[in-house]
Design a protein around this ligand. Structure first.
Ligand code: RAM
Length: 349
C-alpha cells in the first residue's frame, strides 16, 4: 500500500500571519456584545463549507447568549497555521478557544500557553493531546464512523474488489482515528474479507489536491472499484473528478449534501454519502465553551452540558473509551444521503 504526503512550508505560516495582521479573510470578526465573554472558534482550514457550517452554529449560540464571537479559519489544514492563530487569540484575551485540531501533538505548547493565560480550551471535530483541553465535542463515536464507512464501501462495491481511502493530511487526529478503526474492522470482520484496501491518499483537506489524488488513484489502480473519502472537501472534489473522467469507479464517504447533490444517485459517481449535522456540532462546542467559562462544568466525566437549541440536550460528558483520564461529549448519529432524500437534505447543510 502506498501512502503519499506533501510537506508543509513555513511560508504558509508567514502568509497566514500576514493575512491575520491585515485582517484578511481568514479571520472573521464578530458582533460585539454586552460583556457576555469573548469566545473563539478555530476551524481546520478556510474554503471548506463544512467549517463554515460549524462556525455558523458556534457563532449563532454565542451571540444569541450575548457573547462576542471570533471565528478563525486558517489558510491551510496544518498545525503551524493554527499555532499562529492561537498566539493571536491569547493576546486578544479571549475567554475560551474551541479548536478543530490539525495535529494531535503539535498544538500542545500553544494551547498550554493559552490555558496558563486563563483561557478555557476545548476541541471539536478533531482532538489534540488530551492534557491540553477540558473536553472534546466529538461528532460521533469512532466505531460508528468506521463501521458506517466500511459498510458504505461494502454496499457500493457489492462486497468485493479494490477500494482506496481519501483522507486529509497525515496528521489529522480525527481522520487517523477513523482510518485505524476501519483497518481494524476490515481485518477482524469476515464480512469484509473480499474487500482489498489498495491505497490511502492524502488530499490535504483541499479541493485541488484531492482532485489530483483522485486522478492518481485512477491511473495507478486500473482495477479500483471505489474510493471512500473521510473528508467533506475531498469527497466533493473526488465526485467531480470521477464524473469528469467518466469512469465506473464510485465514491462514498463523509460529505455535505448541499455540495454533493449533483453527484448523488444510482447512476452518479456517488451512490450515497453520510454526515452528522456540522451546524449542531458548532452549537454544541459553543454551549460547552460557555459552560466552562461560567464554571457550570469543569469538563469532568459525570457532568453534562445544557444545550437549549439541540434535541439531545442535556449532553453527558463521558470518559474517552481509550483514555479514562480524559473526556468527550458525543453529538450523536449520522445521516445517509442518497437519491431518495438528497433533495430534502441539500438545503439543510
Ligand atoms: C472535513 C474535515 C473534518 C471532517 C469532515 C467530515 O471537512 O476534515 O475534520 O470531520 O471533513
Amino acid at each position: 500500500m502506498k501512502k503519499s504526503r506533501k510537506t508543509r512550508g513555513m511560508a504558509l505560516t508567514a502568509f497566514a500571519l500576514a493575512g491575520l495582521l491585515a485582517g484578511g479573510m481568514m479571520v472573521q470578526g464578530a458582533e460585539s456584545s454586552e460583556g457576555g465573554g469573548k469566545y473563539a472558534f478555530i476551524s481546520k482550514s478556510m474554503d471548506n463549507p463544512y467549517n463554515f457550517a460549524m462556525a455558523e452554529g458556534f457563532q449563532e449560540v454565542i451571540e444569541g447568549a450575548g457573547g462576542e464571537c471570533v471565528v478563525n479559519h486558517p489558510l491551510n489544514a496544518y498545525a503551524d497555521d493554527q499555532i499562529t492563530l492561537i498566539d493571536s487569540l491569547i493576546s486578544q484575551d479571549v475567554d475560551a478557544i474551541a479548536i478543530a485540531a490539525n495535529d494531535e501533538t503539535r498544538l500542545t505548547e500553544a494551547l498550554t500557553e493559552a490555558r496558563e493565560a486563563g483561557i478555557q480550551v476545548i476541541t471539536v471535530d478533531s482532538d489534540t493531546d488530551h492534557s491540553v483541553r477540558s473536553t472534546f465535542c466529538n461528532q460521533a463515536s469512532t466505531e460508528l464512523i468506521a463501521q458506517t464507512m466500511m459498510d458504505a464501501v461494502y454496499d457500493i462495491t457489492g462486497g468485493e474488489g479494490q477500494y482506496a481511502i481519501l483522507s486529509t493530511t497525515l496528521y489529522a487526529t480525527n481522520q487517523n482515528a477513523w482510518l485505524e478503526a476501519m483497518e481494524t474492522l476490515a481485518a477482524s470482520d469476515e464480512k469484509y474479507v473480499n474487500l482489498e484496501l489498495i491505497d490511502i491518499a492524502y488530499g490535504e483537506d483541499q479541493a485541488d489536491a484531492s482532485a489530483e489524488k483522485t486522478k492518481d488513484l485512477l491511473e495507478e489502480h486500473p482495477d479500483l472499484k471505489a474510493i471512500c473519502a473521510l473528508t467533506s472537501a475531498g469527497i466533493t472534489a473526488a465526485a467531480k473528478t470521477l464524473s469528469e473522467e467518466e469512469t465506473e469507479v464510485k465514491i462514498t464517504g463523509l460529505g455535505m449534501p448541499s455540495e454533493l447533490a449533483e453527484y448523488i444517485g444510482e447512476d452518479g459517481p456517488c451512490p450515497k454519502a453520510y454526515l452528522w449535522n456540522p451546524i449542531d456540532l458548532g452549537r454544541l462546542a459553543a454551549y460547552t465553551s460557555m459552560a466552562l467559562v461560567s464554571g457550570e462544568i469543569t469538563g469532568a466525566a459525570g457532568e453534562s452540558v445544557e444545550a437549549d437549541t439541540l434535541e439531545g440536550s442535556p449532553y453527558a460528558i463521558t470518559e474517552l473509551p481509550e483514555d479514562s483520564s480524559a473526556t468527550e461529549i458525543v453529538l450523536g448519529s449520522m445521516d445517509c444521503f442518497d437519491a431518495g432524500n438528497i433533495d430534502e437534505w441539500k438545503d439543510v447543510f
